[in-house]
Design a protein. Structure first.
Length: 320
């Protein structure tokens, strides 16, 4: 079975760990979000790709959910002593090595997809990890700061401001000119199942779908498309997805996120049992829906979510 997953960072990575357990024989291709990428200290940092790579490769800091385990922050302290920031973005010493290798390879002319493959040679995540594009795409958020309307980098909004001011718009800058990375459209076209993990629907899955050709390939794929809601009980389980959903005019509820993707993309949608009341509304939108526990409390609970998603895909395929 060939499975394609469009993934952001923490939500996507944790789900993938469960999926690998649920479908050990499957060939899994992950199309990762690169809209969160940022250049810091002259280095190219790809937070979502790295979260997937470290989580599946056994190098993640489990508690934080990002960055390396057993980490120290001495390089950052030294940079700060020179007055060089930003101080609000956490980059650990072990993590720095990844960004140095990546930046060095990019400077030597390798595309991000080849660099990601090379980094994965070390981590062996057990999936094929592809960036959504080799081109530069950066998510910017329009906010009002000190009475002035401005666009800031997504990381500045999310990490520095902790999404504390309303987002007026979310723009994946560069997406319109971007091309899907080699292998992305082929994997989607050849998939038996396409999954949207409980990743952020706007700044993770939404950004991937904004790369011209990807949304169309998913919509036209022969494979069933099944998603899992990142919104449980009308709030994000973790993070501030409600803030960016508001920016695109979508209420923070499991049903509204399903409608936002729409029946043109989604064949099936899983909501948490606390949102069982939303099932009828999702089905009225032409999307098969089931309510099951969606808390990724451990790998087994997550594997069970993945099994149900694959079952729902199977039902769609069989036209039951
Ligand atoms: P990010 O790039 O690190 O923000 O990660 P993603 O975009 O992949 O995932 C973020 C989303 O995961 C958030 O909107 C959370 O609500 C969701 N999430 C995190 N943990 C869980 C969980 O245990 N269950 C569900 N259903 N969603 C979760
Ligand atoms: Ca992210």
């Amino acid at each position: 079975m060939r499975i394609v997953v469009l993934a952001g960072g923490i939500g996507g990575a944790r789900f993938l760990r469960g999926l690998k357990k649920a479908a050990a024989e499957a060939e899994i291709t992950v199309v990762g979000n690169t809209g969160d990428d940022i250049h810091l200290f002259g280095l190219k940092v790809c937070p979502d790709l790295d979260t997937v790579m470290y989580t599946l490769g056994g190098g993640i800091d489990e508690e934080r959910g990002w960055g390396r385990e057993d980490e120290s922050f001495r390089v950052k302290e030294e940079l700060a002593a020179y007055g060089v920031g930003p101080e609000w973005f956490g980059l650990g010493d072990r993590d720095f090595a990844t960004h140095i290798v990546r930046t060095q390879m990019l400077a030597a002319g390798y595309p991000l997809s080849a660099v990601t493959e090379a980094l994965c040679d070390r981590w062996k995540p057990g999936v094929r990890l592809l960036p959504m594009t080799d081109d530069r795409v950066e998510t910017h958020v329009a906010v009002e700061l000190d009475g002035e309307r401005k666009a800031i980098h997504f990381q500045e909004y999310w990490v520095r401001l902790r999404a504390s001011v309303p987002a007026h718009a979310v723009v994946p800058v560069g997406a319109e000119q971007a091309k899907p990375a080699p292998g992305v459209l082929e994997a989607i076209g050849a998939a038996d199942v396409i999954l949207f993990p409980p990743s952020n629907p706007v700044v993770s899955v939404g950004t991937i779908l904004a790369v011209p050709g990807i949304r169309e390939a998913v919509a036209e794929a022969g494979a069933p498309v099944v998603g899992l809601s990142p919104i449980v009980g009308d709030a994000p389980v973790r993070g501030m997805a409600d803030k960016v959903l508001a920016a695109v005019g979508v209420e923070s509820s499991a049903a509204a996120v399903a409608e936002h993707y729409g029946a043109g993309l989604l064949d099936g949608w899983l909501v948490d049992t606390v949102d069982a009341g939303a099932v009828a509304r999702v089905e009225a939108a032409g999307i098969r829906c089931r309510a099951v526990p969606l808390m990724m409390s451990d790998d087994e609970a997550t594997a069970e979510m993945a099994r149900v998603a694959l079952e729902l895909a199977q039902e769609v395929r069989a036209g039951e």
